[in-house]
Design a binder for this molecule. Sequence first.
Ligand SMILES: [Zn+2]
Ligand SMILES: [Zn+2]
Length: 178
Amino acid sequence: MNIQRKYESPDTPTGKSPEPGEQARRSFLGSCYCHEIEYVVDLENPETDARTSVCYCKNCRKWTGSAFGITTKVPKAALKYTKGETKKHESDNGSGTRLFREFCGTCGGGILEYGENAGDNTYVTYGSFENPEGLPPRGEFFCKYRESWMPEIPGSSPIIICDCWHPPPTSSPSKTTV
Ligand SMILES: [Zn+2]
Ligand SMILES: [Zn+2]
């Protein structure tokens, strides 16, 4: 209960969630810190089209300058830049896969990251959304690098496959959507 609360922003309205099936199409606006870059992510159904996860890998830590990265996977086609142009950085993820990151050349705020294997998807930095309500994290990657003071993400879902995959809560049917 307390842990759950940690992940709700203080201004989240009283947790009302739509009934199954009535989840509506939604547009999420986002920007970098200085607003030189702005975008919109248009999702048919945020419940199924988006997946937020937290990553503790050293790569994400360095790029964000934080203890973890948090991004939301969406179809590439759902994202459109409405202002500005990002700078791109390309690197090796440490095991030979090319990793791309897009950010604002003025304030340095991160917007996107995606590996060369991401296919038709891209990963939007969660913090760049104006209002990411409705896109809670569903899982974690590289938990072995999670700081000891950092709690597990509540309800980490079995759709996340990582080196320390969490067994799903006993009531959950095993669902493999990747
Ligand atoms: Zn900026
Ligand atoms: Zn990572």
